[in-house]
Design a protein around this ligand. Sequence first.
Ligand SMILES: NC(=O)c1ccc[n+]([C@@H]2O[C@H](COP(=O)([O-])OP(=O)(O)OC[C@H]3O[C@@H](n4cnc5c(N)ncnc54)[C@H](O)[C@@H]3O)[C@@H](O)[C@H]2O)c1
Length: 287
Amino acid sequence: MRIERVGVIGSGLMGSGIAQVAAYHGFNVTLVDIDQARVDAAIDGIHRRLLREAERGRITTEDCEASYQRLHGVADMDTLNSMARVDAVIEAVVEDLEVKGSVFRRLGEVCTPGTLLASNTSSLPLSDLAAASKRPERVIGLHFFNPPWALKLVEIVSTASTTDETLTDAMRFCEKLGRVPVQVKDTPGFIANRLLVPFIFDAIDLLDSGVSSAEDIDNACKVGLNHTMGPLATADLIGLDTLKLIAESMFEEYGEPRFKAPTLLRRLVSLGHLGRKTGRGFFKYAE
Ligand SMILES: NC(=O)c1ccc[n+]([C@@H]2O[C@H](COP(=O)([O-])OP(=O)(O)OC[C@H]3O[C@@H](n4cnc5c(N)ncnc54)[C@H](O)[C@@H]3O)[C@@H](O)[C@H]2O)c1
C-alpha cells in the first residue's frame, strides 16, 4: 500500500523524534497529544532541532523548512478523529498497557481498513494491542531508538496475526524513513532492551552498592568496552520513568529478577529525577 500521510500519537521524547524523521523523509505528519500546548511545544522542539541540523550543514535550509511545513499538531487524543485521514499510525504514548490499549481500540474504530497500525512499545505485549484494535492483521511493532533522528535501528515486531502484507508494508515504510530494520517476534523487550535492561540494572547495582562512581562505571564501558555512551547516561537518556515502566512489564512477563527495577531507580523516579528530561538522574544536566 502507498503511505503518504502518517499519524504519530504521543509527542514526548519518542513521538516528537519519530514525527521529525517522518516529516524529513517527505511524509505529511499529524502529531497528536492530550493538549495543544504539549503538541505545540513538541513541534517547536522539532523545528529547533531541524534548524540546528541546517546550521551544522547536515541538512539544507529548504529541507528544514519543508519538513516543518509537513508537520501538523492536533490535540484530539480523546477521539483520535484525525487518524481517519492517515495511511499509517505510529503510537508512542506512555508505556502503559491500559493507555495504549484504549488508543488501539479507538484506532480500530476510526481508521480506514487498510491503515497500518504500529506501536513503538518497548516491552508491552503487542498482541494485546492488536486484539484491542479488532484488526490484528494490520498491527505491527515499529520500535524506534532514542533519539530517533540519530539512531537508525527499528525493530519490526510481528504477532501471530500480523500478515505478510503488513510486514512488507512496514519494511517498505522503514526503508522510506531511512531506517535499518531487524525483524523480531512479539516478546518482551525484543532484542535490544532484553540485552540492555539487565546491563543497565547491573550498572545501577554497582553504583548503589558503592563499588564505583557513576562517572567511573560509565567510563569503564566507554573507554574499555568502546561503548559510545555508558549505561547510566543511557538510562538518563531513556528517561528513568520510562525505564521503570519497561522493567515492570518485562519482569511481569519473564518473572526473572534480572528484569526487576532496582530500588535506586524506583526512588529516583519517586523524587521526579527522571534523567535528561528533568535535568537530573544518575547525572546532572545543564538546563
Ligand atoms: N525513551 C526511550 O528511550 C524509548 C525508546 C524506544 C521506545 N520508547 C517507547 O516510546 C513510548 C513513549 O516513550 P517516551 O520516552 O516518548 O515517553 P514520554 O514520557 O516522553 O512521552 C509520552 C507521551 O505520552 C503522552 N501521555 C502520557 N499520559 C498519557 C495518557 N494517559 N494518555 C495519552 N497520552 C499520554 C504524554 O503526553 C507524552 O507526550 C513508550 O512506549 C516507550 O516505551 C521509549
